[in-house]
Design a protein around this ligand. Structure first.
Ligand SMILES: Nc1ncnc2c1ncn2[C@@H]1O[C@H](COP(=O)(O)OP(=O)(O)OP(=O)(O)O)[C@@H](O)[C@H]1O
Ligand SMILES: [Mg+2]
Length: 194
């Protein structure tokens, strides 16, 4: 049960409604440890009725493994990688160890990620939940930021949760920040009483 958070829920509901209408976007939930970021991602997952929900999270031991966090996000779509245009298919195939070749251009990996999400969203809207992005590997963060800036015409929503001053800074240029601060007093009281 999620107490309070009316403004944050409204922002998430607004994004999900927008996506149902074909226009995607990204919200970056930023706040201190324990403030309720993961709880809000859980709210979004429950609210995303009928959507294809993809999840990943940065984990500290994998924060230097290139594309580890992206690998977890896209796993359910791996069987579609072969349907992408050749260079994009090869780029994702190589970084995920499914094809051999030289390390691909990062732009191609980001583009392939956008194409893959867009292709899945043609069937039903997609919600990407990226938790603990401050521990995600840098290539994943760059690829997801690239994708997030290009969702206006795609039925794809992305929610990124990150601590503000830990791990690797998450680039949010061009994205909408949703600061997560303390609960209002009534919600805090209800939470303490439960
Ligand atoms: N609005 C809320 N209503 C009820 N429970 C909440 C609410 N916000 C947070 N909690 C609970 O408080 C605890 C901490 O919240 P949460 O795990 O979401 O924090 P976080 O911001 O993701 O922290 P971290 O940065 O450590 O991942 C969890 O048990 C969560 O379920
Ligand atoms: Mg959390």
């Amino acid at each position: 049960m999620l107490y309070g958070r009316d403004a944050e829920r409204a922002a998430i509901d607004g994004l999900l409604d927008q996506v149902a209408g074909g226009a995607g976007g990204c919200l970056v939930l930023r706040g201190e440890p324990g403030i309720g970021k993961t709880a809000l991602l859980g709210y979004a997952a429950e609210a995303a009725t009928g959507m294809f929900v993809l999840r990943t999270a940065g984990v500290e031991p994998e924060s230097d493994l290139g594309y580890a966090t992206l690998h977890r996000l896209l796993r359910p779509l791996f069987d579609r990688i072969d349907t992408l245009p050749g260079p994009q298919s090869l780029a994702l195939g190589v970084v995920f160890g499914r094809a051999s070749g030289p390390a691909p251009d990062r732009f191609l990996v980001a583009l392939a990620t956008l194409s893959l999400l867009s292709e899945a969203a043609a069937e039903r809207p997609v919600l990407c939940l990226v938790d603990d992005a401050h521990w995600a590997d840098a290539p994943t963060v760059a690829a997801l930021a690239f994708v997030a800036r290009r969702l206006a015409d795609e039925p794809v929503a992305m929610l990124v949760a990150a601590r503000g001053d830990e791990g690797r800074p998450v680039d949010t240029a061009g994205l909408i920040d949703l600061p997560v601060v303390g609960l209002d007093p009534a919600a805090a009281e209800a939470l303490l009483a439960c």
